[in-house]
Ligand binder design. Structure first.
Ligand code: NIG
Ligand code: FE
Length: 413
């Protein structure tokens, strides 16, 4: 065995460090003229220059007066998929709805056909450039769901692709089993497929340690609250944290279910009520605002982000990257849209893609810059951390550090 000692890494010349630790105006935890020192995969010192000693052997990154934020966390994606559904976007522009296209054999089932025909290697190759695009925007942690295989073997295949991407790095991947995404064509009913997931798939996923969470799409034409309860109760017993796609297209009671089972997060939430928001807050369920999906689908009502915040919910923001309802890797853009579409304050949206995004994944080691946290950091091509929510569709990461290593540098091109 060879023992390798890595040099410490020091980021200096930071104009303003947004620690996102909840202190100071709007909780941004700003430190001006700051330095961060990392050793191994952890932050070992940070604060104002003068209060922080830079080790003499440190590799130095000069931020040149720019802003620095924690590595961004995308708490909700369906990033492993194959195929092309641009035709559906065009059909919706002519007036067809998402539900009509799904009922006619398109939608999730169209991606399913492409995924079933693909190998693990092909799935990994398709997802890799998406992760690169995310990294160029400062994303260092990504949640990734299955849900396009819809047989026991094909769902395992998607999770194995997610695991291969995790092993490859540098972006950290958290995998979620979403076999209850659509009813497979071979299944007699949603309830019958739920039984297969409970009896066969969940034990296999738990045995191989392939996912840390289990999600369900509670919707008309997808899964009922009762299916979801049965699935998530079993998942929790096997150590997979529950998550719910709730009230996206219509009110079905998915948010209440999330509160009832103590889910880590409930997502979408276009159709929630004030009572639902209170239940989520009381149960400590993180609300995921997925604004790209809201604006990508025509006719979706705005997600009531302000209502969720005012009810006391922790609100995260994700891309929901998927070929049907959110064909974008742009997490900062999602945060900008969460401000203009859903009434989040700019600082809350920034928290939604850092600190609160990490909370949606149950990860307490990241999303905040502090001693002992994971050394995931982004030097921005901007002097204000709010540029991330304000300057749309521009990859703003100058330097990305993940696990204490420089893993990306912006190159003009
Ligand atoms: O989160 N709502 C269900 N699932 C995805 C869409 C998946 C697809 O259309 O491929 C979503 O929006
Ligand atoms: Fe989703």
């Amino acid at each position: 065995m060879t023992l390798t000692t890595t040099r410490p890494l020091a980021i200096h010349g930071i104009g303003v460090l947004a620690t996102m630790d909840g202190t100071g105006p709007h909780g941004l935890g700003l430190v001006h003229d700051a330095v961060v020192v990392c050793r191994g995969a952890a932050i070992v010192d940070c604060g104002a220059r003068g209060a922080v000693a830079i080790p003499s052997d440190a590799e130095r990154v000069d931020a040149g007066g720019a802003a620095v934020v924690p590595g961004l966390v995308d708490c909700h994606t369906h990033a492993v998929f194959m195929g092309d559904r641009s035709d559906e976007f065009a059909r919706r522009a002519r007036g067809e709805t998402y539900a009509q296209i799904a009922a006619a054999g398109g939608g999730i089932r169209a991606t399913m056909r492409a995924v079933r025909a693909a190998t693990v290697d092909a799935l990994v190759a398709a997802a890799r450039p998406r992760l690169r695009r995310m990294l160029a925007r400062g994303v260092t942690t990504v949640e990734m769901k299955s849900g396009y295989g819809l047989t026991v073997e094909d769902e395992l295949k998607l999770l194995r692709a997610a695991r291969a991407l995790r092993d490859e790095g540098p972006v950290h991947v958290e995998a979620t089993l979403l076999a209850a995404h659509a009813v497979p064509p071979e299944a007699a009913s949603a309830s019958a497929w739920t039984t297969t997931i409970v009896d066969e798939l969940l034990p296999a996923v738990a045995r191989e340690g392939l996912a840390s969470a289990c999600d369900v799409f509670v919707e008309q034409g997808a899964f009922s609250v009762d299916d979801g309860r049965r699935l998530l109760t079993r998942a929790a017993a096997l150590g997979l944290r529950p998550r719910v796609h709730a009230e996206q297209l219509s009110w079905q009671g998915g948010a209440r279910l999330a509160a009832e089972v103590g889910a880590l997060a409930a997502s979408h939430l276009e159709h929630i009520t004030a009572d639902d928001a209170r239940r989520l807050a009381d149960a400590g369920v993180v609300a995921e605002v997925l604004s790209l999906a809201q604006v990508f689908l025509r006719g979706q009502r705005a997600i009531p982000g302000r209502l969720l915040k005012d009810a006391g919910c922790v609100v995260a923001v994700g891309t929901d990257l998927n070929p049907g309802t959110a064909m974008s890797c742009d997490l900062p853009l999602a945060a900008g849209l969460a401000v203009t579409q859903s009434g989040l304050y700019a600082e809350e949206a920034l928290a939604g893609i850092t600190r609160d995004g990490a909370r949606a994944l149950g990860l307490s080691d990241r999303g905040v810059v502090a001693v002992g946290r994971r050394a995931d950091l982004v030097v921005l091509r901007a002097t204000s951390p709010l540029a991330l929510v304000y300057e749309w569709a521009e990859p703003l990461a100058a330097v990305v550090v993940a696990g204490g290593r420089v893993v990306h540098r912006w190159a003009a091109g």
